[in-house]
Design a protein around this ligand. Structure first.
Ligand SMILES: *Cc1c(COP(=O)(O)O)cnc(C)c1O
Length: 398
């Protein structure tokens, strides 16, 4: 079975590039050039240098002793939370801005839901001196104010999307409209392994540095390159794609993606796409997505803004349907408990997204000699108020 993308841009039955005709030239330019550019020695050298000196890589692989004791197994944390800007998203935005420069683009656009991808994009635009426009739903701008302010501080223009539900999908529509109007000078930085081919493959490659480092670090620390389990939370699926990438062809490594069940998969307030989704087309690719019987996208819900997405990337849809990876829904409540436990046992406050991966330790019956790697996708500073409200017994939700 092939798990990486095929020459037509598909992962099994999922993927492809379903874009309006007006966008063909943009997507085709990327498709014909991305591999040659990204694989050139000169690109690789600049990418590696920035990941090292600007982002702070390699991130540590840390044996979490107290979590390991509690769950009677060997728990290792891949510390993406220690990256500059506090999450894995910067790995991708660094890669894409280097690509944009080589394509001769002079302007960057992006869309953002919670604002994390917008901040990572605004950061690399400041670094490279390129103008940056970030589209964000008006509703999201109000509930994620600190990230709007961060983007402005970094010199980006944040444009509100005022149509529809005024959330992520409306911001995406605005960004696509902008790209159609500026095909020559603008690169659109997508923030997860979603969108038309070649984005899912491109983003997975930029994030694959995560599992590349894990292999080397595990070998150095344990004498064994391969873990028994890799756990990662899945919104669109970029941190999971990065954490899984170099283990895809190692059947002895059990890959596990944790999705947001929200208030429960049967409550109508959920984002558990592998449970609730059906094949359909979202953001330019064929994948699994949550939809009504007549194909309207269902508004997702999760306490964590980064997992609040109605689909998953086509790679994950393929890993799920082929059985290569296991996907499991985690409720808001389970994630919050796990985030608190990690804080108290390890002195690490994880992002609520990441806490969904930690929550799976309660369900995983790993043996004492086995190794479990958790992708610690981001830090929880941005989520403090949500954690505090929950600790104070106030209902969770946003
Ligand atoms: C954005 C985000 C996620 C979800 O995005 P993926 O593409 O699924 O990785 C997970 N964790 C953190 C900390 C994030 O900021």
């Amino acid at each position: 079975m092939q798990y990486t993308v095929d020459k037509n841009g598909y992962y099994g039955q999922f993927g492809g590039a379903y874009v309006p005709e007006m966008l063909f030239p943009n997507v085709e330019e990327l498709e014909t050039q991305y591999l040659a550019i990204c694989q050139s020695a000169e690109f690789q050298a600049e990418f590696a240098a920035l990941l090292r000196d600007y982002v702070g890589r390699p991130t540590p692989l840390y044996l979490a002793r107290r979590l390991s004791e509690r769950y009677r197994t060997q728990v290792y944390l891949k510390r993406e939370d220690l990256n500059h800007t506090g999450a894995h998203k910067i790995n991708n935005t660094i890669g894409q801005i280097l690509l944009a420069k080589r394509l001769g683009k002079r302007r960057i656009i992006a869309e953002t839901g919670a604002g994390q991808h917008g901040v990572a994009t605004a950061t690399v635009c400041a670094l490279m001196g390129l103008p940056c426009v970030v589209y964000m739903g008006e509703v999201d701008m109000a509930r994620q104010r600190p990230n709007v302010e961060r983007m402005r501080m970094l010199g980006a223009e944040v444009r509100p999307a005022t149509s529809g539900s005024r959330t992520l999908k409306d911001a995406t529509n605005e960004a696509i409209r902008d790209w159609i109007n500026h095909p020559d000078d603008t690169h659109y930085i997508i923030g997860s392994v979603v969108g038309p081919h070649p984005y899912p493959d491109m983003v997975a490659r930029f994030q694959s540095v995560i599992s590349q480092e894990v292999r080397q670090q595990l070998a150095a620390q344990t004498g064994r390159e391969l873990p028994d389990y890799v756990l990662a939370c899945v919104g669109g699926g970029s941190n999971a794609a990065g954490a899984f990438y170099h283990f895809l062809d190692e059947p002895g490594v059990q890959l596990i993606g944790l999705e947001a069940a929200g208030q429960g998969v049967d409550t109508g307030h959920s984002a558990a796409t592998t449970v609730l989704g059906r094949p359909g087309i979202l953001h330019g690719s064929k994948s699994l997505l949550m939809q009504t019987p007549d194909g309207q996208v269902v508004e997702p819900y999760s306490i964590s803004a980064g997992l609040d997405y109605p689909g998953i990337g086509p790679l994950h849809a393929h890993l799920f349907t082929s059985g290569r990876a296991l996907f499991c829904p985690i409720t808001d409540e389970e994630a919050m408990q796990a985030g608190l436990l990690c804080s108290r046992l390890e002195g690490i406050i994880p992002a609520i997204e990441t806490a969904h991966a930690f929550a799976y330790l309660e369900k995983l019956n790993a043996q004492p000699h086995e190794t479990v790697v958790i992708c610690c996708s981001g830090r929880g500073d941005k989520d403090l108020q949500t954690y505090i409200n929950w600790l104070d017994g106030q209902p969770v939700g946003h």
